[in-house]
Design a binder for this molecule. Structure first.
Ligand code: PEP
Ligand code: MN
Length: 337
């Protein structure tokens, strides 16, 4: 159940209202918005008389039962878009920040060089894996804590914020200076990790699991949000289907659908969605056109020699060309790249 508060209700009144529900055994979660502030009540609300609450509280405009299984992430609870700002990147319907970098950090020199190049082309955030989830235990597993240090060196050199993947809770202390924590597709339903990462006080990039429904993705976002993370960026990265011609099948319909169902920003990763470099450029155009709030893709100085995912990585010239294209198209889409 959600209570939408009247305009100009004070912080103290809101806190007293929330505490009154917590004293009754409910969990009350504040959902602030520019137009509406709402209090979301979790627990057995079946016997609550909404009209009674409106009359007796004096601060509630109206109450509403939430039919979705996810509550705090639901658009019906929070009609305003959540706008997330990280460095110069703004994730909202007026901007289209591009996150770029290698699949894995391979050395300090490489990541600094790539960070400078992608920044020059217009990327707003640097990506790079330090802890890598690989299907095979024989594949390169990432440089781990050293990789994180190199990413931080690249951040210091260029001023670009960084996003990198966490694989388990014990790694969290290493992520103190990371700007956005990535939870990868394989860990989307690692609920202990979600609960822990949600307490980090940082934006989280949550990638859709390869066999997860849109509702599963939103329920995982809900885990992060009830653990304290307001700034969840959802990332569509393709799902597994019968099709084997591409690495995954890019479900672009999830973008407008997610934006109807949730107020959280939605970005897309065409690199992992397809596994094929030549598909990244046309799909990036489609991703901008379908209304996504950003793009994440892999780039490498020498894709043929990449330690991970070279076949889907753009080289630096291809990335620069793509960025120039996207800047042109962004005029039509009325979004700033
Ligand atoms: C990645 O972005 O580095 C990654 C491993 O992607 P995914 O979790 O979508 O497979
Ligand atoms: Mn990769």
């Amino acid at each position: 159940m959600v209570f939408v508060l009247k305009p100009n209700v004070s912080k103290e009144q809101t806190e007293t209202f929330m505490k009154s529900w917590e004293d009754k055994g409910f969990s009350a979660i504040l959902s602030p918005g520019t137009e509406h502030t709402a209090v979301c009540l979790i627990g057995n609300t079946a016997n609550i008389d909404m009209d009674d609450v409106v009359h007796t509280s004096g601060i509630v405009e109206y109450g509403k039962r939430i039919t979705e299984r996810y509550k705090v992430a639901a658009r019906s609870v929070h009609p305003d878009d959540t706008v997330i700002k990280v460095g110069n990147a703004v994730f909202d319907r007026h901007h289209f920040p591009v996150i770029s970098g290698p699949c894995s950090v391979e050395s300090e020199e490489q990541i600094i060089m790539l960070a400078r190049a992608v920044k020059q082309s217009g990327a707003k955030i640097l990506r790079g894996g330090a802890f890598k989830p690989r299907s095979s235990p024989y594949s390169f597993q990432g440089l781990g804590a050293d990789g994180l240090r190199y990413l931080l060196a690249a951040k210091k050199d260029t001023g670009l914020p960084i996003v990198t993947e966490i694989m388990n809770q014990t790694q969290l202390p290493l992520f103190e200076d990371v700007d956005i924590i990535q939870i990868g597709a394989r860990n989307m339903q690692n609920f202990d990790l979600l609960k822990c990462a949600g307490t980090a006080g940082k934006p989280i990039l949550l990638k859709r699991g390869p066999a997860s429904t849109i509702e599963d993705l939103l329920l995982s976002a809900e885990y992060l949000m009830v653990s304290g993370c307001r700034d969840v960026i959802l990332c569509e990265r393709g799902i597994r289907t019968f099709e084997t011609a591409t690495r995954n099948t890019l479900d672009l319909s999830s973008v407008p659908l997610l934006k109807q169902k949730t107020h959280l920003p939605v970005i897309v990763d065409p690199s992992h969605a397809t596994g094929i470099r030549s598909l990244v450029r046309p799909l990036s155009h489609a991703i901008l056109a379908v209304g996504a709030d950003g793009l994440m893709l892999e780039t490498h100085n020498d894709p043929a020699a990449a330690l991970c995912d070279g076949a889907q990585s753009l080289n630096l010239r291809e990335f620069d060309d793509l960025m120039a294209d996207l800047k042109l198209r962004s005029v039509i889409e009325r979004k700033e790249v």
